[in-house]
Structures are given as C-alpha cells and as structure tokens.
Design a protein. Structure first.
Length: 174
C-alpha cells in the first residue's frame, strides 16, 4: 500500500479505516474500530496514542486477550503459511523463516514453556530482533515475574503497532 497523509486518514469512513488499520494490533480489528470514533487525528503520533490508550484502558483479561491473538514466533502458523501478511513479513525479516530444525525445535520448546508459565504466548517485536536474539530473549523473559512480564509483552505489542503504523503512514521508523 502507498503511504498516506493524515488528511487522507481523517477522510476515511469506518469501513475503510478498519480495512487499513485493522491489523495494527495483530488480529484485533476491534481496536481500530474503537479508534476510528476518536478522529480527526492531528498526526501519526496522535493516531498511535489512541491505539495505545485503548490497550492501556483494558482490564487485564483484555490485555491478555490481545497477547493471545498473536501467533507464535516460528510456530505452526508460520509452517502452515497462515500468518497475517504483516506477521509473515516481520518473522521473515528476523530470519525466523529460515531456521534449521534444531533452532525451530528449541524455539517451540521455549514458546511452550513460556505459555505454560504465563498463560499467553511470548510476544516480541521481531523486526527489532533477529534469529539469535529471539531464543535468548525468550529464555530470559521466562524467568520474569508475571506482572512485569505482562507489561513487557504489551510494550512489545506497542512496538509492533508503532512500526506497522509507520509503514502505513510512510513515516520515519523511530
Ligand atoms: C509477532 C508477530 O506476529 N510479529 C512480531 O513482530 N511478533 N509474534 C509474536 N508472538 O511475537
């Protein structure tokens, strides 16, 4: 998709907005649906602020629900080709589509341990990581206290959303 400016965003009707921004938060189009009603937006930062405020205002069950909408890194959906386009691109960018069998197995084991401990999948902004760092970070976060880990994981959701929004708006990626 071509980059767009904020006037274009502000002119979108509900359906168009949800089509374009529905996957800023992975598989959570409801968040884009809610953000639309806050328009007009003054700029990308303002738009982003509304996505993040919605996440922050959710009860813990809703925040965990957002995490559960994320596919595992290098998991079954990647093998089966059923990832969203954004997730596919992020996982490929981190080198997770070209792991060898040992690396895939190690990640699958760590992902399973993480899910068993916290009750939601491990989430990390893959575009800011790489195939060596992902298992290292997973092994580290596996030992964090649950309340801290929920905060960390939601921070990663926001990093992913920031990069996806920046792509759509054609902004510098900071
Ligand atoms: C993902 C994903 O789909 N894209 C990304 O950056 N991270 N998933 C995950 N479990 O962290």
């Amino acid at each position: 998709m071509q980059a767009m400016d904020i006037e274009k965003v502000n002119s979108m009707d509900f359906g168009e907005f949800v089509d374009v921004f529905g996957n800023v938060i992975e598989r959570c189009p409801l968040i884009a649906a809610a953000v639309w009603s806050q328009s007009p937006f003054s700029n990308l930062e303002d738009l982003e602020k509304h996505f993040f405020a919605f996440i922050d205002a959710l009860p813990q069950s809703g925040q965990e629900g957002i995490l559960r909408c994320h596919p595992d890194l290098a998991g079954r959906e990647l093998q089966q080709g059923t990832l969203t386009a954004e997730s596919q691109r992020e996982q490929r960018g981190a080198g997770l589509t070209s792991l060898n069998a040992d690396e895939r197995l190690r990640l699958a084991e760590l992902n399973a341990q993480y899910r068993a401990r916290f009750g939601f999948p491990f989430v990390l902004a893959a575009r800011l990581s790489d195939r060596a760092a992902v298992p290292r970070e997973l092994a580290r976060r596996l030992h964090c206290p649950p309340a801290q880990e929920l905060r960390t994981a939601l921070g990663e959701v926001k990093k992913i959303g920031h990069l996806r929004l920046a792509d759509l708006l054609g902004a510098e990626q900071t």
